[in-house]
Design a protein around this ligand. Structure first.
Ligand code: ZN
Ligand code: ZN
Ligand code: ZN
Ligand code: ZN
Length: 313
């Protein structure tokens, strides 16, 4: 639930806060400032708009008890009609004044310190932040509940140091996936390899899973960046042996799309297990797949609508 904690908190209450918050406070678009206690008015209003139970920002309907304690609508459904602050009966009172105050606020995007210059009315800020291009990326490592987030250089370092992911430089690759007991298809990630080319990073996923009744292997590439940028690249994958081969050509998906989402949309090279074992040769007791691939930059990007300035790099 910590990712739901979308709002910044005051950095002027003496507690050490992360940099993103304190910078935002300093760069706050100044409104008439009658602060005499070291708090900017907007910051304290901001605190008022934080639900005391879940600490998320509150959006209409904002509820209050008879004593004026406020509560977000999600928490209201959970507290069984008792104010969590004073334990009095909650009733059904809207805090219209606070809703109106929120409406009048304009706040910088919480990813201000990551480079987002946008300022939003309170009620549209959240919507923007969910899609903001400067929001941190989730760790693309699949098959684990990794909650690490950060910008691309940070996530790359994390993959290398914490997940011990293989890192390669270059836009072509030739990988062998070997597994001794191919009859066991567990719903698990097998392998993630990171490629660095064109100044960008790409994740090559290879894994086994059950597609309907059929055990399959799937390989696909994800781009470590946002979706618009991902469309500037294409990739191909090829697997085969004995005079047969399967090829896949596609556009890498952004790591904004979860690994699972890409897998479930079958947006990659899918190899039926029987075919995979055929490609492996031998006695079909061992999976030995050689996957070759290539990443390249597209010359033109008609979907983006704008010229991408670094075509020649
Ligand atoms: Zn709440
Ligand atoms: Zn109360
Ligand atoms: Zn933003
Ligand atoms: Zn991770």
């Amino acid at each position: 639930m910590d990712v739901d904690n979308i709002e910044c908190v005051s950095s002027s209450d003496g507690m050490e806060d992360e940099e993103i918050h304190s910078q935002m406070t300093h760069q706050f678009p100044s409104k008439p400032n009658n602060n005499n206690m070291g708090l900017t008015p907007a910051t304290s209003v901001h605190e008022l708009l934080e639900c005391p139970v879940c600490t998320n920002s509150m959006y209409p309907p904002i509820h209050q008890c008879h004593n004026g304690h406020t509560l977000c609508s999600t928490c209201k459904t959970r507290v069984q009609n008792r104010c969590p602050t004073c334990r009095q009966e909650l009733g059904d009172i809207r805090c219209l004044a606070l809703e109106k105050v929120a409406e009048s606020l304009e706040l910088p995007c919480r990813y201000f310190s990551s480079g987002c210059p946008e300022i939003f009315p309170y009620y549209s800020k959240l919507k923007h932040e969910a899609l903001c291009n400067f929001r941190p990326y989730n760790c693309p490592y699949a098959g684990s509940e990794c909650s690490v987030t950060g910008d691309i250089p940070f996530v790359v370092t994390h993959l290398r140091d914490d997940h011990k992911v293989d890192m390669h430089t270059g836009y072509t690759f030739n990988h062998r996936y070997v597994k001794s007991n191919p009859r066991e298809v567990e719903n698990a990630t097998w392998m993630l390899t990171v490629f660095h080319c064109f100044g960008k990073y790409f994740c090559l996923h290879f894994e086994a899973f059950q597609l309907g009744m059929a055990p399959v292997y799937m390989a696909f590439l994800r781009f470590m960046g946002d979706e618009a940028d991902a469309r500037n690249y294409s990739y191909s994958l090829e697997v085969g042996a004995n005079g047969r081969k399967l090829t896949w050509e596609g556009t890498p998906r952004s790591i904004r799309d979860s690994h699972r989402k890409v897998r479930d949309s079958h947006d990659g090279l899918i190899i039926q297990r029987n075919m995979a074992l055929f490609f492996s040769g031998g006695d079909r007791k061992e999976l030995k797949l050689r996957v070759t691939g290539k990443i390249w930059k597209e010359q033109q990007n008609p979907e983006a609508g704008v010229c991408i300035p670094n075509l020649c790099s």
